[in-house]
Structures are given as C-alpha cells and as structure tokens.
Design a protein around this ligand. Sequence first.
Ligand code: KG4
Ligand code: ZN
Length: 343
Amino acid sequence: MALILGIESTCDETAAAVVENGRAVRSSVIASQVDLHQVYRGVVPEIASRAHIENILPVIEQALKNSARTFEQIDAIAIAQRPGLIGSLLIGVTAAKALAWSLEKPLIGVDHVQAHLYSVQLESRPTNREPRFPAVGLVCSGGHTALYAVRSWTDIELIGQTIDDAVGEAYDKVAAILNLPYPGGRPIDELAAQGDPKAIRFPRSTLDPDSLDFSFSGLKTAVLYRVRGHKGRERDASSLSQQELRDVCAGFQQACIDVLLLKIRRAIARVDAKSVIVGGGVSANRGLRAAMQSFELPTFFPPIEYCTDNAAMIAGLGDVLLSHGVTADLSMDAIIRSALVKR
Ligand code: KG4
Ligand code: ZN
C-alpha cells in the first residue's frame, strides 16, 4: 500500500492530491485559473505559467494538510510530466523534483492523458467491477480527443485523434458564438437537457468509413452560420429565443455524442474490446453519460470531480507505475507531447 503525492500543472489548473493504494483519494486540491483566462476565452500560456508559480506551493501544502498526512509518510512524488504547455509543465516538474530530492523520495513521471484514462479507477474499490482489457479508451477534453487501445494501465496505444478541434474546444467555441460563459461545456450541457436534439440537425463528420479520427471544426462552423446567418454576421445569438438557444445546444450536443459513439464502436471492432473507458473534461457531460448507459459493452466513467484536470489521477497512476518500478531521476524533462502514440 503506497501513499502518493500527485502534482498537476500541465495547462491551467494547479493541483495536488494524496492518494492511497492507487484509488483512495485522501485529498484533492485544485486552484483553477478560469477567472484569469475567461476574458480571452482560452488559456493564455504566459498567464498560466505565472499563476502556477503563485499557486504551486500553497496547493501542495493544502493537499498534505487536507489528507492529514505528513511529508514523511508519503512514499513517492508523482508529477504530470507531459503533455501540456511547456511553461506550465516546468513549474510542476521543478517543484516535484525539489520535493523528491529534499525528502529523498522516489520521483515518478506521469503522462496526463494516460492519467485521464486511469481516473475511472479513483474511489472504486478493487472488488467493484473492473474494466476488462483490451478496452477502448476515449479521452475527450479541451485539449484532446483521442481513442486508445488500452491493453493494461501501462500498455496503451493511440489509434485515432482529432485532425482539428478537440471536442471540448468545440464546446468552448460554440459557447462563445452563443454568448455563454467560458468554459462552455457545462452551460451547453445544461441548456441541451432542456432542448429538442432533433429540432436542428447539424452535420456529423465521420471522415473515411473506417477512420478512427475526429473532426469537429465543420460542426462548429455550421453552428456559427445557423446562429449568425449565411455570411456569418447577419445576426447574433441575442436574436435567438430561449427555446431556439436550447435547441441549438441540444442539436450541437447530439451531433458530438453521435460522432463519439460511432467512433467508439469502430474502435471496439478494431481492437476486439471487452469494455470502454471514457475520461477528460467532456466525460462529465450528462448527455454522453446517458447515451452510454445502455451501451453494449461495460463502460467506465470517472467520478464527476475527477473528469476535468486534477492531481488525484496523477497520483493514482503514479502508484501503478511505482509498483512496476517505473521511477525517474532528477534529469526528468517536461515534454510537450504525450507518450501515447500510434505504433
Ligand atoms: O480535462 P479538462 O479539464 O482539460 C483538458 O485537459 O483540456 O477539460 C476541459 C474541457 C473544457 O473544454 C470544458 O468545456 C469541457 O472540458 N467540459 C465539458 C463539460 N464539463 C467540462 N464538456 C461537455 N460537457 C460538460 N459537462
Ligand atoms: Zn486534461
């Protein structure tokens, strides 16, 4: 039984968590920077790095305090080393190295995307139903929309990815078109629940018949033209009635869900999967969760609080890696790209 301190700073959340035995979350602290990036409707890398510097030590201290554990009791430090914004990554990596060195504890480098998949294990007891491998993994967030063949928690192959926008990014951009708050996933999800998904049919981009890749930019543009008229500037969202706004959200969300489900099914056939794992910010989506409730294979979602970026998933996967003897030394780099690639 290991006690792992996880640290996450890949994008715009500074987070630290203490996790026991890879599953039991003893504390999870997240300093969100949403307020800082809201006016730009996207993450500004320089602002993110500076906020991480201010937040990282208080967040780590708070996570330790909330867990009622001491630094001495921690067995290892796990850090989200990749993928992400380089300036953001460097703050967390440097803090983790300093801690590991001064406390003389092992250091573990974790891939953030792999941790989004692992997040389905958090808070579940080993006796709960477990994903059977090979599984199809879908990571859908603001930065990533990709499919994976998950053969074990440490053997994961990229099999498809977006060729333009990530699905969460499409939510955020559609929210901008609709004058809704940033980030847009949750407000659109809530309005969609009150709208008619069949009232407006937006295009579904499925690419080639056997493709496992995604494209969401055409869908986003279709929403833009629907709302603003054909030249893209004849009207704006303020001319929509409340019911039209709900129907646009429901139609957009249904198009996203249909594409995600179609690609998951294609991936299942490709890898002969026995279960499906979904992680990342968009896995919090109520419509997506509802659509997968009656799915033909067992499906696994994270607890809602571990869908968006957090450090509990980093600590949890760190425990698995530690048990496989996968540790790093102080020469560990921050890396922009994920380690999960096509083979
Ligand atoms: O995983 P995450 O925190 O960050 C990345 O790794 O990118 O995901 C953030 C994304 C945002 O684009 C946000 O709009 C989206 O997740 N999101 C949602 C929902 N909650 C958050 N998208 C759809 N439905 C939701 N309920
Ligand atoms: Zn993420």
